[in-house]
Each structure stands twice: as structure tokens, then as C-alpha cells.
Design a protein around this ligand. Structure first.
Ligand SMILES: Nc1nc2c(c(=O)[nH]1)N[C@H]1C(S)=C(S)[C@@H](COP(=O)(O)O)O[C@H]1N2
Ligand SMILES: [Mo]
Length: 425
């Protein structure tokens, strides 16, 4: 048995005993009655009504107990309570890989980051080179999987059935991608910059893609914001989150945030690899929405997924315990958008009929989580539905309609949480 699978087994065994059992009771799932109503024409069970996915807790190396989504490749979700603060601890940060051949260890003596392809001068850097030869930059940015909240989709779509915990926010420190690209000198005719990590594997059946490759167009202004990060919240990245360096693409979905980055290639042709041409594409429609019927008809034009739509979450209280009537409670949560900072957060305690502004927390930059709080007093006992909605600088506001596309991407519907208020005794 390998060390990894031994550790995994230990983690799984641990999950059935004390530690994670305590965590679990702190996030008691809501009752059946809080299931959102089934949508017209739906079949089968309704969307996942729980905040998180419904997995057991596991311990992976360098990680706190996290919710297991799949183990090959390893995919772990962050439990709700970790989102009470603007920054997600490294050990609680969610994990997503596509291929099962992920690195177990990195030998920094031999590890290099290469830049080649359509450049004047191919370059290669050791980790100390990156840390010493270039100025360090820091950005607070949300890393969110394109499929975050996929378990809400109705009808269901294939792919990891994430709850809301396939996201995290960190302060990323590293070298600007543009600095390295200028050092190498992009030649004329350059179309895309392609990124590759150290992981290998079979990829989806029938596609034979042995590597996970992503590209961004050389004309995309986001390249200027990209960092090659060697620190996450002031510490080395956990291996599962991309040690020694990963690409950070502020405002963009995490699919571009290449982990264990080792190879940057400047292409003079369009990238036709599976992960760009076939996967991670969204309908070229408002909100990226389509219908199963249109997909079947083959009429949906698609584009690569890009920026993250505005979202917000209530983190506490989580509905797991009754609140005494007449008592002040502070509702707390987070919000973010890939289209510019969140500048308005509203709360409704009557299922969206009326809204009141919440107090926004410290501003850590346009691409960070922003915390919010709202003092709430329910005078009468009963069931309340708390909804939260954010508006970003671009004027995007969260809608109360679900979105549907075959990839299970771009979910940003207004969240609602049932809270029971009891008689004060
Ligand atoms: N090398 C490599 N980088 C990768 C991936 C991968 O499979 N391999 N998956 C991407 C996707 S789709 C996501 S959601 C994020 C997840 O980042 P995390 O595991 O640090 O949370 O990594 C991105 N970078
Ligand atoms: Mo992802």
C-alpha cells in the first residue's frame, strides 16, 4: 500500500470517530421541509438542499478534515463554517484535480518552471530564482471551481456534485506572469499562452488526454493580473493546492489556476486540446443558460468559461439550532464577484419580498471575499427564510432564477436559509 492510500485510509477511519462527528453535528442538515420547491417539468429527487455536499470527512496530507467528493482524482469540499472569515485557511481550502497521477512530492533541486514556444528566448527558473530575481506581488483572490454548487442543478448534470464549498479565498504572493513573459519575449504571431502542471493520467475516457492543459489568449487583459504564486496566505501552498507554484487568475474560475505549474508555452496556433476545446465551455447566452432541449438539438454555441458571476452566502447562523424570539443575532456571511468588487449586500427575512442593506466588512480588493453582517431580531416565533443577495460594481445583481447548462457551471442564484425562531424560555 502506498503512503498516500495509507494516509487516506487512516483519514477515512478517523472520520467515523470523534473529531469529524463533532464537526458534523455543528452543521446539521436542514429538514426536508426546507427543500426548494421542485421546478416545473423536473423528474427525480430535487436539487441538493444542503449547504455542503453530502460526503464523509477525510484527512489528506497537509489538510484539515474535509468533505470527500471523490478519491481518484482527489476532490475535497470545504465545510461551511470555514467561510465565516474573509480568508480560507490553507489546510481547509478545497481540492480539485482531474487526473489521478498527481504529484506526491516535489524535488526542488530538479524542479523548474519553463517558458518556451513562440518566444525569443526560452527560459527556465528554479523556485529561488522566482523568489529572488523578481519583485513579489500579492493579491487577494477567490478561487472557485466552475462546478461549485453543481448539486443544485435541475435536471441533474454529470460531474462532481459539489455543494457550495468548492471555493476559497487567499492572499496569493508571487511573480507577475507578464514579467516572465516579457523576459522570454513573445514573438509576433503569438495567439495563446498555455499552462501545464505536473499531473498526468488517462483523462476522460475516449479522449486520451494525459495532461491537464489550459490556455488564455495573449490579447486577454486578465494576463496582466495573473500571478505565478509561491505563497498562499503567507505560507507555501499545500501540495494538493499546487506546491510549489500555481497560476492565479483573479476574477476567473479556478479551471485556469494551474496547480504545480511547470510549463508555460506560447502558442502560435489556437489551443485545440480537450480541456479548452471541449471541456469547460459555457453557452454563449445571458448567464450561460440553456435547456436540455437546445443541447439535444445541437444549436448551442459555446465559449470558454471565464469570469465568475456575483455570489453571496449566509454562513451563520446555519439553521442547525433554534433562535430564541426577541434575541438579537448577527447574520454573517461573504460575497464576491469576478466582475468587480461587491458594493451592496442585502438581506431579506421574508423570502425575498423586502430587502434591507447589510454592513460590508473590510475591503481586501476587487477579487477577494468580502464579509458582511446584519443585526437581526425576529420578534415572533416561527419559520423564517433568510435570503441574501449581492450587487457588484458593474451593476450585476444576483437573480432568484436557477441557471441550467450541461456542464453544471455558473450557479449564482440567491441563497436562502430556513431559520427557526422559538419561544424564549
Ligand atoms: N495541475 C492542475 N491544475 C488545476 C487542475 C488540475 O486538475 N490540475 N484543476 C483546476 C480546477 S478545475 C480547479 S477547480 C482548481 C482547484 O484548485 P484547488 O484544488 O487548489 O482548490 O484547480 C485548477 N488547476
Ligand atoms: Mo474546477
Amino acid at each position: 500500500m502506498s503512503r498516500r492510500s495509507a494516509l487516506r485510509l487512516l483519514g477515512a477511519a478517523g472520520a467515523s470517530f470523534g473529531f469529524s462527528a463533532t464537526l458534523r453535528s455543528a452543521t446539521t442538515p436542514p429538514q426536508e421541509s426546507t427543500m426548494p420547491p421542485a421546478l416545473p417539468g423536473s423528474t427525480g429527487p430535487g436539487p441538493n438542499p444542503y449547504w455542503n455536499s453530502v460526503g464523509m470527512y477525510v484527512n489528506e496530507p497537509q489538510k484539515a478534515p474535509l468533505l470527500l467528493l471523490t478519491d481518484r482524482p482527489v476532490q475535497l469540499e470545504t465545510p461551511r463554517h470555514y467561510f465565516a472569515t474573509a480568508f480560507t485557511p490553507n489546510d481547509a481550502f478545497y481540492v480539485r484535480w482531474h487526473l489521478d497521477g498527481i504529484p506526491n512530492a516535489i524535488d526542488l533541486k530538479n524542479w523548474r518552471l519553463r517558458i518556451d514556444g513562440n518566444v525569443t528566448k526560452a527560459l527556465s527558473f528554479s523556485l529561488p530564482d522566482l523568489m529572488r530575481k523578481f519583485p513579489a506581488q500579492t493579491v487577494a483572490a477567490v478561487n472557485q471551481c466552475s462546478g461549485n454548487s453543481r448539486s443544485r442543478f435541475q435536471p441533474r448534470v454529470p460531474g462532481g456534485q459539489w455543494g457550495n464549498g468548492a471555493m476559497g479565498n487567499a492572499k496569493w504572493t508571487g511573480v507577475r506572469l507578464s514579467t516572465l513573459l516579457s523576459a522570454a519575449g513573445m514573438k509576433s504571431g503569438s495567439l495563446q499562452v498555455q499552462f501545464q502542471g505536473l499531473d498526468t493520467g488517462m483523462g476522460p475516457e475516449g479522449y486520451g488526454s494525459k495532461a491537464f492543459l489550459k490556455s488564455l489568449a495573449v490579447t486577454n487583459p486578465v494576463l496582466e493580473d495573473c500571478l505565478i504564486a509561491y505563497a498562499m496566505n503567507g505560507e507555501p501552498l499545500p501540495l494538493l493546492n499546487g506546491f510549489p507554484v500555481r497560476l492565479v487568475v483573479p476574477g476567473y474560475f479556478a479551471t485556469y489556476w494551474m496547480k504545480c505549474l511547470t510549463w508555460i508555452r506560447v502558442l502560435d496556433k489556437q489551443d485545440e486540446n480537450f480541456w479548452v476545446k471541449t471541456a469547460y465551455r459555457i453557452p454563449d447566452t445571458p448567464r450561460g443558460a440553456t435547456t436540455p432541449k437546445e443541447v439535444k438539438a445541437g444549436t448551442v454555441k459555446t465559449v470558454p468559461i471565464h469570469r465568475m458571476p456575483v455570489r453571496s452566502f449566509l454562513i451563520s447562523p446555519d439553521g442547525g439550532s433554534k433562535i430564541p424570539a426577541g434575541m438579537d443575532v448577527i447574520l454573517r456571511g461573504i460575497a464576491f464577484s469576478g466582475y468587480g468588487r461587491v458594493n451592496e449586500l442585502e438581506v431579506s427575512d421574508n423570502d425575498g419580498k423586502t430587502w434591507l442593506p447589510a454592513q460590508l466588512g473590510e475591503d481586501f480588493g476587487a477579487y477577494s471575499f468580502r464579509t458582511w453582517e446584519f443585526r437581526w431580531t425576529a420578534k415572533k416565533p416561527g419559520r423564517y427564510f433568510i435570503s441574501v443577495r449581492a450587487t457588484d460594481k458593474t451593476g450585476n445583481i444576483q437573480p432568484d432564477e436557477p441557471v441550467w447548462n450541461p456542464g453544471g457551471y455558473l450557479w449564482n442564484r440567491i441563497e436562502r436559509q430556513e431559520i427557526t425562531v422559538g419561544v424564549a424560555e
